[in-house]
Design a protein around this ligand. Structure first.
Ligand code: KIV
Ligand code: ZN
Length: 512
């Protein structure tokens, strides 16, 4: 019987550390449900001590998710661990993941601790965490740049204290596959009680080798857990991409010979959901989930595919969920059909009032766009969630004029804390005019770092999804808005980013 490879998803924790990728509680719940539907083994739902918002999100996910283990990160101290345990209380399966840096550089410069102090703190942390659950993971942060003798001392000691998973972290993406795999192999060989823990890999993608390093950790080092994120989301160059790991192990079963529990038909829906919520578009040539991942343009390839698919295809697009882009509803669809489709997409709106409001938006959209796809429904529900949360600003309407030789003009109506505001502005283009109009009232003082438009589905009727990334006083946020009119989508995206800037979610970075 082949060994099981545990898929540990950290989109909601390490992925969220990516600047601008912060998510609301409701957004995290939607992603967690999708991860459960995809049958990931462990969901790292956040870092409970980072902020009250993180704590509440983990708590909510712990009470909703039944099939996957729910995990919280915590630094190696009692306060963080107790907070993680409290957030995870309702979970059917819970894991506390505690970590401390072990490299000479991090210990000396960041922690200002001696190796003996770090060893002692790691032991205490695992001992304390075991009071709350039998499932405790320990990570030596910056493990790949740590001294091997010291790592052996620390890891042997934490396994003795009851750590059940040891996660060998390549925190700064410094590792190369063969060396990383061999380090792990050597640790497992040298540590006398190494067989008492599952070994895990956690790689960052700074040199573009996160997936290769993780797989080398499995094949050379004997790891049986991979930590990864949807679309490879994460700080700097990101984390190991879940979809690439899963499809590599599955497609090359002849080589890896490992069992996976993942329902691969949920991969593309998960990718689209994460991209839509975070505003991080997926590059077209991204493996498995990029729009071009299965597109064959050259005549020779197309000819080959028509004769026999496997001439140029090693995976089938429909197997990973690419068929999701199908017509589901239209103008004549009723409330029941709409509600049923929401359920099929795993979207549970909290009350009938919310379903009614979403249905009203659906009808408005169906009046302007004849074919409504799953992606349209996902965007619509996101809009609906924003309308119902405590956001300060909500879009109402706009009119806009641009003509060759004329300075573009926009008039925007929005609500600020419930009061209707009308504003006007000019700009060097329609989007600039909208931003200037809104800023004439809001005076955000934010800098626009990124503006992007993507068609949600195919065809010129498609809704445009606009992402705007704003920066102010060191904080970076992404706002997303969707509409068949991309100028309206831009206004929605700008207001959504302003809402995020306004929310005072001060978060600790776990590595600090
Ligand atoms: O990259 C890292 O070291 C981490 C740890 C907290 C596991 O994310
Ligand atoms: Zn990390």
């Amino acid at each position: 019987m082949a060994d099981k490879l545990i898929i540990f998803d950290t989109t909601l924790r390490d992925g969220e550390q990516s600047p601008g990728a912060s998510m609301t509680k409701d957004e995290k719940i939607r992603i967690a449900k999708q991860l459960e539907r995809m049958k990931v083994d462990v969901i790292e739902a956040g870092f409970a001590a980072a902020s009250p918002g993180d704590f509440e999100s983990i708590k909510a996910i712990a009470s909703i998710i039944k099939d996957s283990t729910v995990c919280s990160l915590s630094r190696a101290n009692d306060r963080d661990i107790a907070r993680a345990a409290e957030a995870l209380q309702a979970a059917q399966r819970k894991r506390i993941h505690t970590f401390i840096a072990t490299s000479p550089l991090h210990m000396e410069k960041k922690l200002r601790m001696t190796p003996d102090q770090v060893l002692e703190q790691a032991i205490q942390a695992v001992r304390y965490a075991r009071n709350f659950t039998d499932d405790v993971e320990f990570s030596p942060e910056d493990g790949s740049r740590s001294d091997m003798d010291f790592l052996c001392r620390v890891l042997e000691a934490v396994i003795k204290e009851g750590a059940t998973t040891i996660n060998f972290a390549d925190t700064v993406g410094y590792a190369v596959p063969e060396l990383y795999g061999n380090m792990l192999k050597s640790l497992r060989e040298r540590i006398p009680n190494s067989d008492k823990a599952v070994w895990s890999v956690h790689c960052h993608n700074d040199l573009g080798m996160a997936v290769a390093n993780s797989l080398a950790g499995v094949m050379i080092g004997g790891a049986r857990q991979i930590e990864c994120t949807i679309n490879g989301l994460g700080e700097r160059a990101g984390n190991t991409a879940l979809e690439e790991i899963v499809m590599a192990v599955r497609t090359r079963k002849d080589y890896f010979d490992l069992q996976l529990g993942i329902d691969i038909s949920q991969i593309v829906p998960a990718s689209k959901l994460v991209s839509q919520i975070t505003g991080f578009a997926v590059q077209p040539n991204k493996a498995v989930v990029g729009a071009n991942a299965f597109a064959h343009a050259s005549g020779i390839h197309q000819d080959g595919i028509l004769k026999a698919r496997d001439t140029y295809e090693i995976m089938r697009a429909e197997d990973v969920g690419w068929s999701a882009n199908k017509l589901v509803l239209g103008k004549l669809s009723g409330r029941n059909a709409f509600k049923q489709r929401l359920e099929e997409l795993g979207i549970a709106l909290e009350s009938e009032t919310e379903v009614n409001a979403a249905f009203a938006r659906f009808k408005e959209l169906a009046d302007r766009k004849s074919d409504i796809f799953d992606e349209d429904i996902l965007a619509l529900v996101s809009d609906e969630e924003h309308a119902h949360n405590n956001d300060a600003f909500h879009y109402v309407s706009l009119s806009q004029r641009s003509e060759t030789g004329e300075l573009p003009y926009a008039k925007v109506v929005f609500t600020a804390d419930g009061k209707e505001v009308t504003c006007e502005g000019n700009g060097n283009g329609p989007v600039d005019a909208i931003v200037n109009a809104i800023d004439s009232k809001v005076q955000s003082g934010a800098e626009l770092l990124l503006f992007s438009v993507n068609a949600i589905t195919t065809g010129t009727q498609s809704q445009g999804e606009v992402t705007m990334r704003l920066s102010k006083a060191g904080r970076i946020v992404n706002g997303v808005g969707a509409d068949p009119d991309i100028v309206v989508a831009s206004a929605k995206a700008y207001l959504s980013a302003l809402n995020k800037l306004q929310s005072k979610t001060e978060k600790l970075n776990p590595q600090i």
